[in-house]
Structure formats: C-alpha cells, structure tokens
Design a binder for this molecule. Structure first.
Ligand code: BG6
Length: 489
C-alpha cells in the first residue's frame, strides 16, 4: 500500500458537531485517518452545536459512535485517547451575533494552520456561518468551507446560498460535498473508462442500447424523517448522487484529472440533460412512497406510520433521462433510487446492443453484452459475454461473466468516502467536490421535474417495503422492451 502522507496541521470546526452526520460519518472518518498517522500532532477538531454540552458528554457520544460504526479491532484505546485530546465542543447559535465569543477565543491560536469549517447542518445555516466568520474576524489566509449536500432545495435557494457563502469565500475555498465522489468504486469508474483503451471506442450510441443506474437502500428514513419529509428522494439522492454518477458515465474524456478538467466535462453533461416539461415528467418519471412490509423477514412500518401523518413525500424515484448530445443521442439512461428496497445495492449497468447479424441458430440465441459496475456493497466489475458451452452437438451459447471483485483482488480495507474527502479538503484539492455551476445546473433540471409533479398533480405511487419499488417503475422500462437489472420487478 502507498505510504500515507500526513496532512499539514489544521483546525477543523464542525457545525452540527453533535448531529447525526458528524457522529456517524465524520468522527469515525477522522479517527481512522488519525489511526493511520495522517493527522499531525497539532490538528484540532472543534465540534459546534446549538445546545450546551459538557466536554465529557461530547466525547462519550463520539466514543459510542465509533463503537457503533467501526469494527472493535479498529479502536485502540491509546489511539482513542490521543484522538479525544484533539476534540473540544463549543455551543454557538450562528444566528446570534453575541454567541461567537467562545469560538473566537478558541481560534485565537492556530492562525497559521489550515482552518476548515464543515457545515454538517441544514443549508439555511451556510450563509450565516460564513458571514459569522467574516464578521468576527476569524478568516485566515488558509481557509476552506465545506458544504454538505443538498446545497439548497431548488435553483433559487442554491444560488442564494452560493452567493452568500461566495461573498466571504472564493470558489476555490468552497468544497461542496457529494460523498459518492469519494467512494473508491466511483473513482474507479474514471480508471475503468480512462485507463483502459478497451471501453472508450464502445462508449457511444452506436453500440450501447441504454444505461441503468440504481442506488437502492434497505434502510428507511429513520430518525431523519422530519428533515426527509421536507426534501424527498429527488432532492436527497437524485439531484446529487445519481446525477454525479450519470455525469461520470456520460462525460467526455477530460484532458487531465485537474480540478476543473473533470468538472468542466461533468458540467457539459448536466447542461445536455434534456429538460423535462410537464408532459415528459408525467411520461418519464415515477415517484412513490413505501408502505409497511418486510425486509429480510423483519416487518417494517410504512413511511406515513413512521411520520405519524399522511404525506406526499417520495421515498422512491425512477426516471428515464435523455442526454442531448452527439455521443448519447437516442440512448436512454434509466435511473432509480429508493429507500426500503430489498437490499443495499448500487450498480451501473451498461447494456450493449445485440449483435447486428445473427449467425447462430435462433434457437440458441445471443444475449447482448452487459457491463455492470457494482458500487456497493460488493464492489466490482462484471462483463457478461456469450460463450459456447463445451461439448459436441452444435453451438449451445450461454452468457458467462468476466468477474472482477475488488475485495478479492485488492486485499485492503476500503477507506470510507468521508476519509478521503476530508483529507482532500485539508490538501485544498477541490477536484472531488461539486463546483457552483454544477450544483446550480443540476438544480435547474430537477426544478422542472418538481414543477411537473406539482402542475400535473402526479400521483405518488406506493410500494411495499422490501420490494423493488412500484409496478410503474418496472413499466417505465417494460414499455421500451427493457427491464431493470438486479430486481424481481
Ligand atoms: C445521503 C442521503 O447523502 O446518502 C441519505 O442524504 C442516504 O438519505 C445516503 O441514506 C446514502 O449513502 P450511502 O453511502 O450509504 O450509499
């Protein structure tokens, strides 16, 4: 394994420091990087939250979260104590100008270090926090600000947030996180496409029939239900994770891996997404909500029961997307994401066209080739090709798989996406983060779908928890004589 280079000393200030994201993802990620020696001795982590909390209570919450989210053997007690020594907690109400004193005092020292602000909060706090730093003279020469997705809830609110954060920070100091871009297998998409000469000539409309992108989750919305009921799957998953995956599949080869080279190409894809008017939204989108069912034999309640009231919020979305450019004209991208599906399963499927001329007996037929890129939980790449079954008696053909499992091939622990992304923030490398124009262009396209749903009062279908979504999602493909992979519907 390559030698890990420690990052320069930093002060990381996490707003929402006692919240779900900080405890479940950020602290375990930082702990792992610390255990691997990547955090220098002087780096500090300051959790900021609205409610007062004693230091011991905060550390106890973090320790409990490490136990819940990391394997026992990953938590060495000596290591934990050294990690805990970096951490402090400060209560602060970002909207209250008089409550910045304690943070200002804490940041009195360390002005020469990297100063990174992580906003693990609702987006309405992004502007006020950025401005709080500016007004309280807490800006140094080496700042970064990290914004969690979703940035805003539509195009206008995203622009307002970008304006207000942008008034205090230049774009190259703003890191908009989409943690899918930090996933090892998502990055491998770049390697697969651009480090192999095999695929590029095939990556086009003449050879590809369609593309499918599935991001399925077993989990429901859990204790985030109130937040989730305000946004739903289209804003929570499609606007960012699924569109980013789509961009990485569809973009032209970038000229380098530089920050802007990849992001410029992704932006071109977002700009080429065929806008959906109300009619197209009705024809090419499905929104649905889970009702009570069972996952792996365990009964689970429906969304409305969890919420305690009826709601039209979607927990599942399927879309047929078209990209208006030379390469992809006429190649639909079917994308879907949902909660309470039968398994956690994220996969990109490139479905090739059938052979143009059949020389084998119709009876044996040929199945078109398929390249599937499994993102989680079993990372790998599978290419299905036709082969002749051994033996006499004619050409009995059968699809077989060339199968690469990353776990078997590279015998190492995969760092969590947040581990990589936090280190990239400290290194000041924005390549794996979303640029302002990407986020806003994605919102513009999503806004049309939201408007189409609203205008047509499109029905929110239901699906039984533990199924692959509503029948209408299957029909979206079925009517084109296609079918979703990895599903029984
Ligand atoms: C987050 C969404 O961005 O991604 C969550 O807000 C979702 O609703 C999560 O559960 C899925 O991430 P992962 O890494 O578990 O696929």
């Amino acid at each position: 394994m390559a030698q890990l280079i420690p990052v320069a000393p930093f002060d990381l200030i996490i707003f929402g420091g006692s919240g779900d994201l900080a405890l479940r993802k950020l602290m375990p990620a930082l702990f792992n990087r610390d255990s691997d020696g990547q955090l220098s001795k002087d780096s500090r982590i300051i959790g900021v939250g609205r409610s007062p909390m004693a230091q011991e209570q905060y550390l106890a919450a973090i320790r409990a979260s490490l136990s819940a989210h990391l394997k026992d053997e990953a938590i060495d007690e000596v290591q934990w104590h050294s990690f805990a020594n970096r951490i402090s907690y400060i209560d602060l109400d970002a909207f209250d100008p008089s409550s910045w004193g304690a943070l200002s005092d804490a940041l009195e020292s360390g002005q020469d270090k990297i100063r990174a602000i992580y906003l693990a909060t609702a987006p309405d706090l992004y502007g006020p926090v950025a401005q709080g730093f500016s007004k309280n003279s807490l800006m140094t020469d080496n700042m970064r600000i990290v914004l969690e997705k979703p940035v805003g809830h539509d195009f206008d609110s995203a622009c307002a947030i970008n304006d207000s954060v942008g008034a205090c920070f230049p774009e190259n100091q703003i890191f908009r996180i989409d943690h899918y871009l930090g996933k090892e297998t998502v990055q491998n998409l770049l390697a697969l496409r651009f480090a192999n000469s095999l695929f590029e000539p095939l990556w086009r409309r003449e050879v590809i029939d369609h593309v499918q992108i599935t991001v399925a989750e077993e989990l429901g919305v859990g204790n985030r239900i109130e937040f989730y009921d305000g946004i739903g799957t289209l804003r929570d998953m499609v606007q960012n994770h699924l569109l980013q995956l789509l961009c990485l599949v569809a973009m032209e080869p970038p000229s380098s891996l530089d920050d802007d080279a990849v992001r410029d190409e992704k932006l071109k894809v977002l700009r080429a997404l065929k806008p959906m008017g109300t009619k197209e939204v009705q024809a090419n989108s499905v929104r649905a909500q889970y009702k009570a069912g069972a996952i792996n034999g365990t009964a689970v309640p429906g969304y409305a029961e969890e919420l305690g009231s009826a709601s039209k919020r979607e927990t599942f979305v399927a879309l047929k997307v078209e990209i208006d450019n030379w390469r992809w004209s006429g190649v639909p991208f079917y994308i879907r994401s949902g909660k309470r599906l039968p398994a956690k399963h994220s996969e990109i499927v490139i479905q090739f066209k059938p052979v143009p001329h059949a020389i084998f007996d119709q009876h044996y037929g040929t199945t078109p080739n398929q390249l599937s890129i499994m993102l989680q939980p079993d990372e790998g790449v599978k290419l299905s090709i036709m082969a002749k079954e051994p033996g006499p008696g004619g050409f009995n053909l059968r699809p077989v798989s060339l199968d690469l499992s990353f776990e078997e091939t590279f015998d190492i622990r995969y760092p969590d996406a947040y581990e990589r992304l936090l280190i990239e923030v400290m290194r000041g490398n924005p390549a794996l983060f979303m640029r302002r124009d990407e986020v806003e262009t994605a919102w513009r396209w999503i806004d049309d779908i939201l408007a189409g749903w609203e205008e047509s009062q499109q029905k929110v279908d239901t699906y039984v928890a533990g199924s692959w979504g509503p029948p209408t999602a299957a029909m979206l493909m079925d009517r084109d004589n296609r079918a979703w992979e990895a599903s029984d519907s």
